[in-house]
Design a protein around this ligand. Structure first.
Ligand SMILES: [Zn+2]
Ligand SMILES: [Zn+2]
Length: 269
């Protein structure tokens, strides 16, 4: 995927809203401020994120209620069980349903289920050790940052595709314009799977996908003919934003609006 989701738990505040032996149940409330924004890894941007100025906050919340009249503490003493329940509540929060909250998308080590389980588990254990019991009313206020990152070099190279069947026969002996190693002549061969060859649209120069992707993080042109490759692919949130061309179409033009910007200036993030 050329667009990744990166999620960070920026801040988490814990609050005990009550501890009551007579309450009918325990609860844990997640109160979330989710800030969504967008950025692009540009051709020639050196791997720096260029922010796109759309930010919108999504305030939302969800509650985990534990009805265990006999011994609510027992549920919270099981760390993994608490974590599992907390995760189910967090990921089920209505305002978050459109986000891919998979653990792999979190760039912070601690995720809301960790924080919740860790805190509740410790609290329940302490109360239990002091000979207490009762029901807990707890709240976790979280600031969550969600960033969608569009990877322009990856998207551009992906759009080139590997060798088409028709090209195979004439492809033997061709070398990568960057590393000068021979390119796989046969589509679907092991060599082709390991280092897929791609041909830039327009100029038709051929490279290993990895070689040209790495190159495009540092440069904005075809390494061989210097044909301009900027503006050929756009992030979904950029399509309506860019003005139409005021300069000639790029040499390797695919169907899309050319950029009015020169090389990206990397933000200091
Ligand atoms: Zn190569
Ligand atoms: Zn070229």
């Amino acid at each position: 995927m050329a667009t990744e989701t990166r999620i960070r738990l920026v801040k988490c505040t814990k609050r005990m809203e009550g501890h009551d032996g007579r309450a009918p149940s325990s609860y844990l409330r997640f109160v979330c401020d989710v800030n969504i924004h967008f950025s692009t890894l540009r051709l020639g941007g050196g791997g720096h994120h260029e922010p796109h100025k759309i930010y919108f906050p999504v305030p939302t919340e969800g509650t985990l209620t534990v009805d265990d009249v006999d011994d609510p503490t027992a549920v919270f003493l099981d760390y993994e069980e608490t974590r599992r329940r907390a995760w189910a509540v967090f990921t089920g929060i209505r305002g978050l349903s459109s986000l891919d909250l998979s653990h792999g998308n979190w760039s912070t080590k601690r995720t809301p289920d960790h924080v919740a389980a860790h805190w509740i588990h410790r609290l329940a254990k302490r109360v239990r050790n002091d000979g207490g019991s009762g029901h807990y009313q707890l709240a976790l206020h979280m600031d969550v940052d969600v960033e969608y990152v569009f990877n322009e070099p990856v998207e551009l190279v992906r759009g080139c595709g590997v060798w088409a069947e028709a090209e195979e026969e004439g492809g033997g002996g061709e070398t990568c314009g960057i590393c000068l190693d021979e390119l796989a002549a046969e589509a679907g061969s092991e060599k082709s799977r390991e280092r897929p060859p791609v041909r830039l649209q327009g100029c038709g120069h051929a490279f290993h996908a990895q070689c040209v992707t790495t190159w495009l993080f540092m440069g904005t042109t075809c390494p061989l003919c210097r044909g301009d490759l900027t503006g050929l692919v756009l992030a979904p949130w950029e399509i309506d934003r860019r003005p139409r061309a005021t300069r000639p179409a790029p040499a390797c033009a695919a169907a899309s609006a050319p950029s009015d910007q020169d090389d990206a200036v990397a933000p200091t993030t």
